[in-house]
Design a protein around this ligand. Structure first.
Ligand code: ADP
Length: 281
């Protein structure tokens, strides 16, 4: 088990005393291009790191949080979203931060970040670490600092992101979904979305009421650009190369459990039981 220093969470929670920008405000304040965004990110990220020792004095010992920070890891299309939504239903006191959803929201709203990130996403490449670190550790800070359990979905995806996360929060629970690649390739081909809302359907196990149409609006469903077969292969390769080392990284810390299978419905009861054992409620 990882060392649970009672001060560490509080200290880390205070690491960004002024840099917290609520999401809607952030959406309105897009810099002009990705490199500007990156340099902003790095500056903002580093400028607060010296506040750690000062914040220890501010810590009210009677007010220490007992929320847990958890991650869900797994190949693209491996059911992270499905398992996450089941977790959120069963553990209502949980904030959910999905970097894929946040990025797609930017793309939909055609923000500057969205336009830049889309190029990476459509190619099946990862968005640069600096951008992602800022997105999660700064712009999503209100979710991280909400006092609730936090479920991070899609972050970290590289060792660099994991190290940046470690500097800020103690990850205590990591769910690793191990799904066969063939299952994923089939599943992604069946996945269609409603672009305006982000609602996701799957023709095999979660079909829309009317073929090709969103249940609520009746509008057309489309395939995500990055769900096209060639791009899927690239995303799976990127997972093997840069994301799968995280499994070892968290296993060494003693906080990770792997769940293998092909069906989210079959896997989930084991996930739920383990989360309860790990102290989530
Ligand atoms: P999946 O897990 O199915 O690939 P996501 O919705 O998590 O889908 O992410 C979609 C895309 O968003 C990724 O292929 C990548 O381009 C980008 N992305 C999401 N999270 C990250 C991250 N932590 N680091 C880099 N890129 C990311």
């Amino acid at each position: 088990m990882m060392t649970m220093n009672i001060f560490s969470r509080a200290i880390r929670r205070h690491k960004f005393p002024t840099a917290v920008s609520p999401w809607p405000q952030f959406l309105n304040e897009q810099p002009n291009n990705l490199s500007e965004y990156v340099s902003l990110s790095v500056r903002s990220f580093n400028s607060t790191s010296m506040d750690r020792s000062a914040s220890m004095a501010d810590t009210d010992l009677n007010d220490l949080p007992n929320e847990k920070f958890m991650l869900i890891l797994g190949k693209p299309g491996g059911g992270k979203g499905t398992i996450s939504s089941k977790i959120l239903k069963d553990f209502p006191g949980m904030e959910h931060v999905s970097t894929g959803d946040i990025l797609r929201q930017h793309v939909r709203e055609e923000t500057k970040l969205g336009k830049e990130a889309k190029a990476y996403m459509d190619r099946g490449d990862l968005v640069p670490d600096e951008v992602m670190i800022r997105l999660v550790l700064d712009d999503s800070m209100s979710a991280i600092d909400s006092g609730k359990h936090l479920l991070l979905d899609g972050f970290p995806r590289t060792i660099e992101q994991a190290i940046a996360l470690d500097e800020n929060i103690d990850v205590e629970v990591v769910v690793d979904l191990n799904i066969p690649t063939e299952t994923i390739v089939e599943r992604i081909a069946d996945r269609w979305i409603h672009p305006a809302s982000g609602r996701v359907y799957n023709y095999s196990y979660n079909p829309p009421l009317h073929h090709g149409k969103d249940d609520e609006s009746g509008e057309d469903l489309v395939q995500r650009d990055d769900d096209k077969p060639k791009t899927v292969r690239k995303r799976l390769e990127a997972y093997d190369k840069v994301t799968s080392p995280l499994i070892q990284y968290y296993a060494k810390k003693g906080v990770l459990k792997t769940f293998s299978g092909t069906m989210s419905d079959k896997i989930y009861p084991d996930v739920k039981e383990w989360l309860k054992k790990m102290g989530l409620n």
